[in-house]
Design a protein around this ligand. Structure first.
Ligand SMILES: Nc1ncnc2c1ncn2[C@@H]1O[C@H](COP(=O)(O)OP(=O)(O)OP(=O)(O)O)[C@@H](O)[C@H]1O
Ligand SMILES: [Mg+2]
Length: 249
């Protein structure tokens, strides 16, 4: 049985259909990438899954149970969490306290939030800065803190919304290594990114959204060769080269 399933998910904002009849399923332990142009509906789809928005139509199932209608914190307690596309550390709290808040309030097992916070900061490579303030961090470190905050809740499924966005090449490599480590722990990962090479290198399957619709699902190689994807999403030859190189890795 699939761990995470979406059935006919639709979200309208007034006249805009941000997500249009999207159905998908993800197996336990899988790493799946989600790509699509700006405004395609990727973040909205993630918000439908995590209960930030209620779908206009359709439902989400986690481990066989319908989670649509639950609040984000209730979904988090069931082991499904999402990072924010725009990172939002809690101001005035140290990195350690930021991670501890995740463990304390989102955690399924919050006996020792501080210990858990140290563990996850170490895992993302930030424990040496545990007592620093988040506003001293580079973009790359902020993204890693965002991952630490959700990992602190001890999730089974992580939805990562552009955790490599705005990073330089080295920082992107580090984040991808981190995602691979998370995946190697058996966690299920669903990630959005515009950095094609990075996303393709870590994803077993890729979904493509265009204008709210899921236009393709497949392995990175299948996606690279899908004419509809190339036409709708990649269009120009530079992007075609980019996706071609990425999938060829
Ligand atoms: N809360 C909202 N109210 C009204 N319209 C919204 C809202 N959230 C998203 N939209 C619209 O829904 C569409 C999809 O937006 P969304 O943010 O999901 O796209 P995205 O694929 O994540 O884009 P990006 O790559 O730029 O992050 C856009 O037209 C956007 O303007
Ligand atoms: Mg987005």
């Amino acid at each position: 049985m699939a761990l995470l399933e979406g059935e006919h998910l639709t979200k309208r904002f007034g006249g805009v259909v941000a997500v249009d009849d999207v159905s998908f399923s993800i197996e336990r332990g899988e790493t799946v990438g989600l790509i699509g142009p700006n405004g395609a509906g990727k973040s909205t789809l993630f918000r439908l899954i995590t209960g930030v928005h209620e779908p206009t139509k359709g439902q989400v199932t986690l481990d066989g149970e319908v989670i649509t209608g639950l609040k984000p914190h209730q979904i988090c307690h069931r082991g499904l969490v999402k990072t924010h596309q725009i990172v939002k550390p809690l101001e005035g709290l140290s990195l350690l306290e930021n991670a501890a808040v995740g463990a304390q309030f989102g955690g399924r097992n919050p006996e020792n939030p501080m210990e858990r916070a140290h563990e996850v900061l170490e895992f993302v490579g930030l424990d040496h800065m545990a007592h620093d303030d988040p506003d001293e961090l580079s973009v790359g470190a902020l993204k890693r803190l965002e991952i630490a905050r959700v990992l602190a809740t001890d999730p089974e499924v992580l939805l990562l919304d552009e955790v490599a966005g705005g990073l330089d090449t080295d920082e992107t490599e580090e984040i991808i290594d981190l995602i691979r480590d998370i995946s190697d722990q058996g966690k299920t990962v669903f990630l959005i990114d515009h950095v094609m090479r990075a996303l393709m290198s870590v994803s077993e399957r890729v979904f493509v959204l265009d204008n709210g619709e899921l236009i393709a699902k497949g392995t990175p190689t299948e996606i690279q060769n899908d004419e509809r994807v190339i036409e709708a999403y990649l269009g120009d030859s530079a992007a075609r080269d980019d996706i071609g190189t990425a999938a060829g890795d």
